[in-house]
Design a protein around this ligand. Structure first.
Ligand code: SAH
Ligand code: SF4
Length: 383
């Protein structure tokens, strides 16, 4: 456990209200308590999410007295960027953030050039917890243990940091002359540190804030929640009026194999998990993505692919498998070679399971979440 020194800035940020954690109605309420009319909340929302400002003094249509009060009582996602790394091709950018209480988290921006009919994309990979309680053996975050849940404001702030960066310096794919530079975030994936559905309320609140048409206005269909497989929370999510995408970290086709790398499987074994996915599909009519981290010699055999095809067959066209060659975080796991990956995928196609493979990216900047923090903490200890 790390001991966080108590500093004046920690005390200040704990005392103030983080505006990024408030929905529009909550901001109206907060301002009302301070004698301000409701329309001020819309103005404030627009400064925060459309103009992307970080400084109350820039909010020129708010009265000076309110701006002064905001300086005293509120802040805008208080966190410090401790380190930033760009991959050589500049398409993956990773930041290490220090939160108000000194905890460290990572966020990543992934930039994709336009391909055929589809436009360029800018996707933020967002953390939802500092550390993680679920201990998957191939995951750098899982090896750290759990620090705490992130607040909704801390989740929203990660997206805004990259949104401001792109606004200030739009990105254009090199070698594609004529393609319009991209200056805004198009997608978010909750695939950073932590388990989103373990921090259910704060995560849902953050997604609603980012979705608000009066604010950041990011469509729910451009948001993906990835889960280790918390069955009751998956069932709860299926009842929300928010059309987000669901990704399940499956990573093995049998209980025996899954329990070896993912301790959560003992609590929610495959039969229960797949049943919850089936009900989710029935309730939402939406496809579910199954993430499958390929670990050479562990879960990448032809037989594993057949078992996976059989497991997912009842979900028919509503199941999609995303094959992810593991980012080696320790000597224990290695990604399979290209041939093993294509054999695995072909077997899935034989079972009529749609599938894709995640292009490896950002290896030169320790892309798997948790790795940057691990490196940073190792260096800090050595200093
Ligand atoms: N806790 C959630 C979301 C964060 S992890 C979950 O587990 O789904 C996001 C994705 O990255 C998950 O599919 C996870 O299994 C995967 N992942 C973890 N460690 C990885 C590694 N070393 N290489 C590739 N993917 C990894
Ligand atoms: Fe946690 Fe997801 Fe990593 Fe598992 S893969 S330890 S659930 S962050």
């Amino acid at each position: 456990m790390s001991i966080t020194p108590i500093t004046q800035s920690n005390i200040d940020s704990a005392r103030k209200t983080d505006l990024l954690g408030l929905t529009l109605p909550q901001m109206q309420e907060w301002l009302l308590e301070r004698g301000e009319p409701a329309f001020r909340a819309k103005q404030l929302y627009s400064w925060l999410y459309q103009r992307l400002v970080t400084d109350f003094s820039a909010m020129s249509n708010l009265p000076q007295s309110l701006r002064n009060q905001l300086v005293q009582e509120a802040n805008i996602g208080p966190m410090i960027v401790r380190s930033e790394q760009h991959s050589k091709d500049d398409r993956t950018r990773k930041i290490l953030l220090e939160l108000g209480d000194g905890k460290l988290i990572e966020s990543v921006l992934m930039l994709y050039p336009p391909i055929g009919e589809s436009n360029a994309r800018a996707t933020v990979c967002v953390s939802t917890q500092a550390g993680c309680a679920f201990g998957c053996t191939f995951c750098a975050t899982g090896q750290m243990g759990f620090d705490r849940h992130l607040t909704s404001g801390e989740i929203v702030a990660q997206v805004l940091i990259f949104a401001r960066e792109l606004r200030a310096a739009p990105w254009a794919a090199k070698g594609l002359p004529g393609s319009a530079p991209i200056d805004h975030i198009t997608n978010i994936v909750l695939m950073g540190m932590g388990e989103p559905l373990h921090n259910y309320d704060n995560v849902l609140q953050a997604l609603r804030i980012l979705n608000s048409s009066e604010g950041f206005n990011l469509g729910a269909r451009h948001m993906t929640v990835s889960t280790v497989g918390l069955v009751p929370a998956i069932r709860k999510l299926s009842q929300e009026q928010l059309q987000v995408n669901l990704a399940i970290s499956l990573h093995a086709p049998t209980d025996e194999l899954r329990s070896r790398t993912m301790p959560i499987n003992k609590k929610y074994p495959l039969e229960e998990l797949i049943a919850a996915c089936k009900d989710y599909i029935a309730a939402t009519g939406r496809q579910v993505t199954f993430e499958y981290v390929l670990l050479a010699g562990v879960n990448d055999k032809e037989e594993d692919a057949h078992l996976l095809g059989t497991l997912l067959a009842p979900l028919k066209q509503f199941a999609h498998v995303n094959c992810i060659p593991v980012n080696a975080t320790s000597a224990d796991f290695k990604p399979p070679g290209g041939e093993a990956i294509s054999t695995f995928r072909n077997v899935l196609f034989e079972h009529r399971i749609s599938n894709s493979v995640r292009a490896e990216r950002g290896d030169d900047i320790a892309a798997a979440c948790g790795q940057l923090r691990t490196h940073f903490e190792k260096n800090r200890k050595q200093q």
